[in-house]
Design a protein around this ligand. Structure first.
Ligand code: THU
Length: 159
């Protein structure tokens, strides 16, 4: 039996260390937490996605009394981008979350469904999407969605 390893290399830095475009993207994600509709979880998530041509689309989590009907901030932002600028690849997404009126200390990380949705754009455009995860302790910078979803199912096996 062989043991196989999958490594995840990513960076952790202060918000101020990001370049201007990425810092703005994170700030946008932070702002968007204010638009969250989350009366059930009280977890306010904001996301902002930047496309290759510089356009930025933003979203926040939108909940519903029928829980599965709601949508995460990341997919709200990503689907808005995809619907408005269908041929333009995303290059970066930032995510932030507040709970009880304060931003999380640890960077917030996207759920599996959001990773899967974003992965398809990465695959389709052959363009990594940098993932910027904000917490008050610092920002994780992950180089691609694929690196957050190892042993990915990307549909390439379907005949
Ligand atoms: N949520 C997001 O919007 N993004 C994440 O990355 C994690 C979870 C939302 C879904 C739900 O509205 C609430 O946070 C609690 O799970």
């Amino acid at each position: 039996m062989k043991e196989l390893h999958i490594d995840l290399k990513f960076h952790f830095c202060d918000l101020q260390e990001l370049d201007a475009a990425d810092r703005l993207l994170v700030q946008s994600a932070c702002e968007m937490t204010a638009t969250s509709y989350s009366p059930y979880s009280h977890f306010q998530v904001g996301a902002a996605i930047r496309l290759k041509d510089g356009q930025v689309f933003r979203g926040s989590n939108q909940e519903n009394a029928v829980f599965p009907v709601g949508l995460c901030a990341e997919r709200t932002a990503f689907f808005a981008a995809s619907a408005s600028a269908p041929g333009v690849p995303p290059v970066a997404i930032a995510i932030a979350a507040q709970t009880c009126g304060t931003f999380t200390a640890k960077p917030v990380t996207p759920c599996g469904s959001c990773r899967q949705a974003l992965l398809e754009a990465e695959t389709r455009f052959n363009q990594p999407i940098r993932v910027l995860l904000y917490g008050t302790e610092g920002v994780y910078i992950v180089p691609s969605v694929k690196s957050l979803l190892p042993l990915t199912f990307d549909g390439s096996e379907i005949a």
